[in-house]
Design a protein around this ligand. Structure first.
Ligand code: MD5
Ligand code: FE
Length: 206
C-alpha cells in the first residue's frame, strides 16, 4: 500500500523462514567488537533503542568506518546478501531497482518500553530510498511530513516480516516509533522485543 508518495508498505513480505534467518544474522552482528550499543545524543540523552551498524557506523550526526563513540573497533562489513535483499525490496515497492548500491545496514533493537522520537534521516549523501524490515513485536510507526516534527501524521501498524520503503518525496519525512506492542511477536520466531533493519545508500566514497 502507498501510504504517501514514495512510501510503500508491504505487509508480510518476509516469510517465517526468511525472518528466522535474518534474526540469526542480526544476533551474530550484535556480538562485539563493534556490536550492539546504546547511542548517546549530543545533549546527553541516551536512546532507548540499542543499535548495531554494518558498512558504516552511524553516530549523531554522521557516518564513520569505526565505532567512534564506542569501542573504537572497525565497523563490520556490509554483507553482500543484504545488498541483494535491498534491491529486491526496492523492486517490490517501485517496480524497478535503485541505481546505487546499498552499503549501510542499521539494526535497531526495541526492548519493552523502547521508542524513537520524531526525526528525519538526513545523514546520508544519497537520495536513494531507505528500506525498512521489521521482526518480532509489532509497533506503531508514525509517518509524518517533510516540513515539521508535528501533525499531520499517519500511524501505521508494522508487524514481523513487513517491508516499508521510503523514497522520493517521503525520503526526508519526519517519522518515529511511539510504541511497540510487547508480546505480539510470532511465537515461532523466538524474539522478545522488536528488531528493525534499515538498508541505506551512504553516498560516501569507497
Ligand atoms: C524503525 N527506524 O522502525 C525505523 C524504521 C531509524 C528509524 O527511523 O532512523 O533507524 S526507518 C523509517 C524511515 C526511514 C527513512 C525515511 C522515513 C522513515 N520516512 O520518510 O518516514 O526503527
Ligand atoms: Fe529514521
Amino acid at each position: 500500500a502507498e501510504i504517501a508518495p514514495g512510501a510503500v508498505h508491504v505487509p508480510g513480505w518476509l516469510g517465517p523462514d526468511e525472518q528466522r534467518r535474518l534474526l540469526a544474522d542480526c544476533r551474530a552482528w550484535a556480538r562485539p567488537p563493534a556490536g550492539l550499543r546504546t547511542v548517546t545524543m549530543p545533549n546527553g540523552g541516551r536512546m532507548s533503542v540499542r543499535s548495531v551498524c554494518l558498512g558504516w557506523h552511524w553516530y549523531p550526526y554522521g557516518y564513520a568506518r569505526t565505532v567512534v563513540d564506542g569501542d573504537g573497533a572497525p565497523v563490520k562489513p556490509f554483507p553482500a546478501p543484504l545488498g541483494d535483499l535491498a534491491r529486491r525490496a526496492v523492486t517490490e515497492a517501485y517496480g524497478e531497482p535503485c541505481a546505487e548500491p546499498y552499503d549501510i545496514a542499521l539494526v535497531n533493537f526495541y526492548g519493552e518500553g523502547a521508542a524513537m522520537g520524531m526525526h528525519r534521516d538526513a545523514d546520508e549523501r544519497s537520495a536513494a530510498p531507505v528500506v525498512s524490515l521489521s521482526l518480532g513485536d509489532a509497533c506503531v510507526f508514525r509517518f509524518g511530513n517533510p516540513g515539521t516534527r508535528t501533525r499531520p501524521w499517519t500511524d501505521v501498524e508494522l508487524r514481523s516480516g513487513d517491508l516499508f520503503v521510503f523514497g522520493g518525496p517521503s525520503r526526508l519525512a519526519y517519522h518515529g516509533v511511539p510504541r511497540t506492542r510487547p508480546g505480539t511477536a510470532p511465537p515461532a520466531l523466538g524474539l522478545t522485543g522488536r528488531l528493525n533493519i534499515t538498508l541505506r545508500v551512504s553516498g560516501l566514497p569507497g
